[in-house]
Every structure is written in structure tokens, then in C-alpha cells.
Design a binder for this molecule. Structure first.
Ligand SMILES: C[S@@+](CC[C@H](N)C(=O)[O-])C[C@H]1O[C@@H](n2cnc3c(N)ncnc32)[C@H](O)[C@@H]1O
Length: 278
């Protein structure tokens, strides 16, 4: 089984892990949840039944070559700020008291909302080191969270890891209070068009891609609003940069495939954000 690559969560633009077809599944040995210190005020607001995971948790680090490629991607090629600040602004405008970030990885939205006094909890099957705390180590398909507990819930770039994402959407719906705000975000199956000749799975459907997200969310939620987005995310000046990009996403034969891409080139990401109410 493939374990989530921690560096995926460090990328600030919003459409990446589906490259190369990697699918995150439950690790053979999921992270060891600790009994929560629910006696502490930090976690008591969640529920006495919720198990909060504490660091360190087992985590599979990518190899050195992938790490190096990611470091250059982040420091030299990235040309966008990402969508989280806009997500946080929209959620903040709803004046929630509590927020659950599902498939959170590092928990970028929780990090932005917590300073406003919003009680946040991150949920991930395989959270990276240093992720937001409190972190509940759990599967999106079966959240160990109380029903109708949260004012806002997000599932950004994670539901496509599920064979049946509607199960995850139903869980998000369950933990939201009536009238609560839901955000799901997913990339288009046609993003990275400039690299289509180099990407083996380019254009293939994923279980939860921009082309189908609205319909799946509408299966559980009311007032579904779809926001399409598209932006140049990276600038790859030469074939070495294209190779780095392909290495970072673990595309096979990166050097050979890089020759199929004309440089310099931007890499355009696209997808949709879906906002809905329970
Ligand atoms: C691409 S990352 C996105 C992280 C974050 N939402 C963001 O946009 O930066 C996807 C995350 O979903 C988590 N994930 C994948 N399948 C999951 C599952 N079945 N249950 C819980 N988390 C899962 C992975 O561990 C990974 O951290």
C-alpha cells in the first residue's frame, strides 16, 4: 500500500498528488493513536470520545532525490501563493466557533484560523511531522468525531484518495452542525496541460476531480456553489527543471519524459472549490 508522501502537503498550490497515479491508502500500520489528554482543556471541547494523536507518528519520508527536487520546486519554480488564505477568509467570514480540517496533512487552513480563536481540529490518516495539533489520526470514511459538532469543515485535495468519495462527503456532512459550511476542493483531470505529453495519466478521471465534485457534494449537501479556478503555478525554465518536477511527483523515467516538454514553460493548475451548507 502506498503511504502519503509528506512533501505533498508542503506544496502551496492545490493540485498535485494525483500526478503519477499515487493513491494514498490506509498504511499497513496506521499511526499509533495515543489516548487523548482530554482532561486537558486543550482537547476537552472536542469530545471525551475523540482520540487525539500526538507526535511523533510513523511517517515514510521520500528519498533524497525526491526531497531535493521538491526543495527546488518550492524555492525556485513555484510562482503562486496558493488558495489557503482565500479559504481561511471565506470560512472566517462565516464566524465559526469550530472547524475540522479533513485530510489535513500539515493543516494549513487550521494554522490560519486558530489565531482568530476558532477551535480547529485536523484529521489525517498519516499526518506529517510538525502537523497542526490537535490532530486526530483517522480515516475520512469513518471519522471518530461527534455528530453535528462543527460549524465549518473542509476536505481539500483529499477525497480523491477514496474509491467512493461520497462516503467521505457523508461523514463531513454528519460532523457538521445544521447550517454549517462545507468546503471541498479538487483539481481538474486536465491540469498541467503543458506537461500532458510527459505525464502518463494526464486527462484520466479520478474518483473526485473538478469535473464531478459538484455532483458528488450535491448528493449530501444543499446550496452547492462551485468556484472554478485556474492559475500558472510553476515556471520551468529548462529541461532540468522539468525533470525536477517529474521527479518530485515520482513520474517514471523523468529525464526521458522531460525531453517531451518544450521549455521554458509555465505549469497551469486548475480545479474547483465547492462550498455547501448542511
Ligand atoms: C494531498 S494531501 C492534502 C493535504 C491538505 N488538505 C492540503 O491541501 O494541503 C492529502 C492528505 O490526505 C490524507 N489522506 C489520504 N487518504 C486518507 C484517508 N482515507 N483518511 C484520512 N486521510 C487521508 C493524506 O495522508 C494526505 O495528508
Amino acid at each position: 500500500m502506498v503511504v502519503a508522501d509528506c512533501l505533498l502537503s508542503q506544496v502551496r498550490w492545490r493540485a498535485r498528488s494525483e500526478l503519477g497515479g499515487d493513491r494514498v491508502r490506509a498504511p499497513e500500520e496506521p499511526c499509533e493513536p495515543h489516548r487523548p489528554k482530554l482532561s486537558s482543556d486543550t482537547y476537552r471541547w472536542l469530545s471525551d470520545d475523540v482520540t487525539v494523536s500526538e507526535s511523533p507518528v510513523p511517517y515514510e519520508l521520500p528519498d533524497e532525490r525526491v526531497r531535493g527536487a521538491w526543495a527546488r520546486l518550492m524555492s525556485e519554480y513555484l510562482v503562486t501563493e496558493g488558495l489557503e488564505p482565500a479559504f481561511a477568509r471565506r470560512i472566517r467570514a462565516d464566524s465559526p466557533e469550530s472547524f475540522a480540517e479533513l485530510g489535513a496533512a500539515t493543516g494549513p487552513i487550521s494554522h490560519l484560523l486558530e489565531p482568530d480563536g476558532i477551535r480547529c481540529v485536523a484529521v489525517d490518516l498519516n499526518p506529517p511531522p510538525g502537523a497542526f495539533s490537535p490532530m486526530v489520526c483517522a480515516d475520512l470514511r469513518q471519522l471518530p468525531l461527534p455528530t453535528a459538532r462543527f460549524d465549518a469543515v473542509s476536505a481539500v485535495n483529499c477525497l480523491y484518495f477514496l474509491d467512493d468519495p461520497s462516503v467521505g462527503v457523508r461523514e463531513a456532512h454528519r460532523v457538521l452542525r445544521p447550517g454549517g459550511l462545507f468546503l471541498a476542493s479538487a483539481p481538474s483531470r486536465y491540469h498541467d496541460p503543458e506537461l500532458r505529453h510527459a505525464l502518463p495519466n494526464w486527462g484520466e478521471r479520478s474518483p473526485f476531480d473538478a469535473e464531478e465534485v459538484a455532483e458528488i457534494v450535491a448528493g449530501s449537501f444543499e446550496d452547492v456553489v462551485v468556484e472554478p479556478w485556474e492559475e500558472p503555478a510553476c515556471y520551468l525554465r529548462d529541461q532540468a527543471a522539468v525533470t525536477d518536477y517529474l521527479v518530485a511527483f515520482k513520474i517514471p523515467d523523468p529525464g526521458e519524459r522531460a525531453t517531451l516538454v518544450e521549455t521554458p514553460t509555465y505549469v497551469t493548475k486548475s480545479g474547483v472549490n465547492v462550498w455547501a451548507r448542511r
